[in-house]
Design a protein around this ligand. Structure first.
Ligand code: DUC
Ligand code: ZN
Ligand code: ZN
Length: 478
């Protein structure tokens, strides 16, 4: 692998920008050298093994997508990206670390779920990967297993207030799990939607013949996200556990998080590109058919897309600016239309929930910079630095500094990216929720631990390049 000099670019960290060159030796960054420094110049460029010219481009830490679901079992099928295909798509899109969710369901053992996830990922990933643990069945056995998770480098776990009978935890189970988290330093990630109420509303809609995908979003009303978010915050408060609310989509849920933070509570929230860009209205208007027809299944995810007229998307952008929300992950959970989403033809409840975006997150969020809503450092903070801090990887990941892994993206602001199946994306999906998006900016070169894995010729890495990241505790614990 040798030494690499990335020269001529604008280095962007969460702390600011600098005209600087980056020297990588083996897998690690060894120097970030202000341009004009006497250490630089012809000598250094001629003595390294590889020089990458980043003139006119941004040099940023590799993206960290802290919410992905490769092969997630859901609704009788599995998410369509394997660790091989999904992490390769990540590499194409400038994401060099993912944190995926190992799965435990009622009556299964956490240790077995985690071991199965290690087996699925090991030797198959194009980029580095870590795991959170889904705990879908809180009982004495899983609570005991939670206590050992941090030692295995799994410093966060997810509970669901939705999906009764599958992943759902009731309030008593949530309190017990949060007490363990408060004791051990685990970060509780919460799917905050009132599942029992949703299931009643969904059944009533289907009984009325309202079976199209559009009604998925109607059943999952914002009130049920707001209520669950508030309840999660209060349960976290009473147990002393820090809380991270995943895939926030309702402006009222953001307000709950903001109020909690203003009151000094250790509460955090992420949103996803789909809640910034896509809406119920598009889902409705997708095909011209009444209620949008089955085409709308492409946009079925949970939490659901929300009404643009109600201002949820604007509220997400604002919250990212004001730090009421701290991160953007994808919740990458792809399903094909054929044989997968189609399971829910005639009953939206059977449509597997999820959108695939792992390849597009860095580009989509760069649009925030293009439109002036985000600064360059905030772009990096939302997509790499805070994920590293939040999930115990900062220092080696999420920042360009000596000692950090050589996870680096050269991003061309003058480039252009066309998104979607027709533009040949690399996710294992037969459609795209993002078809037709035209993006200013382009991921030119991607390095993972010092090795170029994507350049102008395309993906040049290998399956198995990615390593398991044993994560430490969140930096946001107090
Ligand atoms: N929640 C997720 O985080 N991902 C997929 C489905 C869901 O409900
Ligand atoms: Zn969820
Ligand atoms: Zn998810």
């Amino acid at each position: 692998m040798g030494t690499t000099l990335i020269t001529g670019g604008t280095v962007v960290n969460a702390t600011g920008t600098a005209e600087a060159d980056i020297l990588i030796d083996g897998e690690r960054i060894v120097a970030v050298l202000a341009r004009g420094s006497r250490l630089l110049g012809a000598d250094l460029a001629s003595s390294v093994d590889t020089v990458l010219d980043a003139t006119g481009k941004y040099v940023i830490p590799g993206g960290i997508d802290a919410h992905t679901h490769m092969q997630l079992p859901f609704g009788g099928t599995n998410a369509s990206d394997t660790f091989e295909t999904g992490t390769r798509a990540a590499a194409w899109g400038g994401t060099t670390t993912i944190v995926d969710f190992a799965v435990q369901r009622t009556s299964e053992r956490v240790q077995d779920g985690l071991a199965a996830w290690h087996e699925l990922a090991a030797g198959n990933c194009a980029v580095d990967y870590g795991f959170h643990q889904i705990v879908g069945g809180v009982d004495d056995d899983s609570l005991a297993a939670l206590r050992g998770l941090a030692d295995e480098g799994i410093s966060s776990y997810k509970l669901f207030m939705a999906y009764p009978g599958v992943f759902y935890s009731d309030d008593a189970q949530i309190v017990k799990a949060m007490q363990v988290a408060a004791d051990t330093g685990l970060l509780t990630m919460m799917h905050a939607e009132n599942g029992p109420a949703i299931d009643v509303l969904a059944a009533q809609l289907v009984e009325q013949g309202k079976t199209d995908p559009y009604f998925h979003g109607i059943a999952r009303a914002w009130q049920l996200e707001e209520e669950a978010t508030h309840r999660a915050i209060m349960l976290a408060d009473v147990t002393g556990a820090p809380l991270y609310v995943v895939h926030v989509s309702a402006k009222q849920a953001v307000a709950q998080i903001a109020t909690a933070r203003d009151a000094g509570r250790n509460v955090f929230g992420e949103t996803c590109p789909q809640y910034l860009y896509l809406s119920l209205e598009e889902q409705l208007g997708a095909s011209g058919a009444e209620w949008g027809g089955f085409e709308g299944a492409k946009w079925v995810c949970s939490t659901p897309l929300r009404s643009r007229a109600e201002g949820h998307q604007d509220s997400m952008w604002q919250a990212l600016r004001t730090n009421d929300l701290q991160m953007v992950s994808t919740d990458h959970c792809p399903f094909c239309m054929k044989d997968q989403k189609e399971l829910g033809r005639g009953d939206f409840r059977a449509i597997p929930n999820g959108i695939g975006s792992i390849e597009h997150r860095m580009d989509l969020m760069y649009q925030g910079v293009v439109t002036g809503g985000l600064t360059l450092p905030r772009w990096v903070e939302l997509t790499a630095t805070t994920p590293a801090r939040m999930f115990g990887m900062y220092g080696t990941k999420g920042v360009l500094q000596p000692g950090a892994d050589g996870d680096v993206v050269i991003y061309d602001p003058a480039g252009h990216t066309s998104i979607g199946v027709d533009a040949t994306h690399h996710m294992n999906m037969d459609h795209s929720a993002w078809e037709g998006f035209e993006i200013d900016g382009h991921v030119d070169v991607v390095l993972s631990r010092g090795r170029v894995i994507k350049d102008a010729s395309g993906y040049v890495g290998r399956k198995g390049d990615g390593r398991f990241v044993k994560r430490g505790l969140s930096q946001y614990l107090v």
